[in-house]
Design a protein around this ligand. Structure first.
Ligand SMILES: Nc1ncnc2c1ncn2[C@@H]1O[C@H](COP(=O)(O)OP(=O)(O)OP(=O)(O)O)[C@@H](O)[C@H]1O
Ligand SMILES: [Mg+2]
Length: 426
């Protein structure tokens, strides 16, 4: 009998598969203060879909941990890896460096009996197509330029993307135009939207000019284009697909990020629902299963910006669909946030695991409690309070076993570019 702790795995899966297809997250911390030391390995289930909320104060190791999950999936044996792919929404521009080995922490890795590994061939970096050159000039390797096709969104989504209340005259005008173009033709550009608005005699001149300038600004964001993201061509099994949305400079940066995430989330959901049907048909012998869209681990940094609490963004509905219905088509979601009270309460309450690094705000702790009602708040608080002050220490709340563990995240094999700035020359 091994002494590893397995979190997130069903009892029957544990009996059947043991520790097969698990992610090595870190080690159990035993004892407190000076006495604290590392004990058994903590492994996490990768056989089934999960919703794992990662939280903690600034600089406590959230983004680093997101990378650990991605590494573990990419390094699974072929048998399991071939069914999974990782999508990382990178708001800080820190995950491209997973292509390189973690030479910076060799000593630490050595203490853990691990070695640096670069995942050059497995990490694919996507950036908005108009920024591809800027990234390359900065020496950041980019694999694909992506764009957002205007026709991929419904009239209502357009209003949300521009933050327009449904009853606003601009919203009504915009929705009318989008619906008209959608009926007329399958594909349309921002230019088509603008010229249709110009030609529409029923629109008020003020509405027309406001919509025109709004859409012209949107065009200058540099993300709208025909191509979209050909996910089925690029999201191959075992890959880490990094969507770097960090370098959007406009004041509308979040609207653009939200549009991109909405596009990706909708696409993944749709593709997986189809793939799931094929898998079912293959199971009953109706068809022979060929290569299909793999199950997805969608890891989102600073997730409170994409599914915020209190108001909707254009990515809210697609992400909530994954939250509520992602299990069946096999989509896992890993939202990371500094502030669990700023993320949509549905995301928090549906989480089947919470990994919380240090948190101090009472509102954040209260938000966590909403997820894990089975735990006594005092216990959660005590476990967080008594975490050693090492970077990468956290508590895991596992809904499956209804247990709490203190954990030290294992060092990353790939390089983590998220080190905080230091006021000396490198
Ligand atoms: N498990 C770990 N082992 C070793 N070092 C770690 C570990 N976790 C984090 N670190 C170090 O701490 C730094 C900060 O971690 P990270 O970037 O993940 O913070 P964060 O919680 O995402 O912060 P922010 O909220 O500001 O984005 C990293 O650059 C890394 O060097
Ligand atoms: Mg971070």
């Amino acid at each position: 009998m091994s002494n590893e702790i397995v979190v997130g795995r069903l009892k029957e899966d544990l009996e059947k598969f043991g520790t097969e297809a698990t992610a090595y997250l870190g080690k159990h911390i035993i004892g407190q203060g000076e006495e604290a030391h590392l004990a058994n390995k903590i492994l996490m289930d990768l056989l089934r879909p999960h919703l794992i909320l990662i939280c903690g104060k600034r600089g406590t190791g959230k983004s680093y941990f997101g990378g650990v999950i991605a590494e573990e999936i990419a390094l699974l044996p072929e048998k399991h890896r071939k069914n999974l792919t990782t999508v990382l929404i990178d708001t800080m521009g820190i995950y491209w460096s997973m292509k390189l080995p973690n030479e910076e922490q060799v000593v630490l890795l050595d203490e853990w009996g691990l070695k640096p590994i670069g995942l050059k061939d497995k990490v694919k970096v996507y950036v908005p197509f108009q920024q591809k050159k800027d990234y390359e000039a900065a020496g950041i390797p980019v694999d694909f330029g992506i764009s957002v096709p205007p026709y991929a969104f419904s009239a209502e989504e357009w209003s949300i993307a521009f933050n327009l209340p449904q009853t606003n005259p601009l919203s009504i005008g915009l929705q009318k135009t989008v619906n008209y173009l959608k009926k007329r033709d399958e594909k349309f550009s921002i230019d088509d939207l603008i010229s249709t608005i110009k030609d529409d005699t029923s629109l008020d001149t003020h509405v027309k000019s406001s919509l025109e300038s709004m859409l012209t600004v949107a065009d200058s964001w540099g993300v709208f284009g025909e191509e979209g993201v050909k996910t089925e061509e690029v999201m191959k099994p075992g890959m880490i697909n990094v969507f770097d949305v960090s370098r959007l400079r406009s004041s509308e940066a979040w609207s653009v990020r939200n549009l991109l995430v909405a596009l990706i989330a909708k696409d993944i959901y749709y593709k997986r629902v189809l793939a799931r049907k094929q898998e079912e048909l293959a199971r009953v012998g109706e068809i022979k299963l060929k290569e299909r869209f793999p199950m997805v681990w969608l890891i989102i940094d600073e997730a409170h910006n994409f599914v915020p609490s209190g108001f909707d963004t254009v990515s809210t509905a697609p992400l909530l669909t994954i939250v509520k219905q992602g299990r069946e088509p096999g989509i896992s979601l890993v939202p990371m946030t500094q502030m669990p009270n700023k993320i949509h309460p549905e995301v928090v309450s549906q989480a089947d695991m919470v990994i919380s690094h240090r948190l101090t705000a009472k509102s954040d702790l209260d938000a966590l409690h909403a997820t894990m009602q089975t735990y006594l708040m005092e216990d959660v608080w005590r476990y967080i309070q008594s975490l050693p002050k090492w970077r990468g220490s956290s508590i895991i709340l596992d809904d499956n076993s209804e247990r709490i563990f203190q954990m030290q995240t294992r060092p990353r094999l790939t390089w983590h570019a998220g080190e905080s700035a230091i006021a000396v020359n490198p």
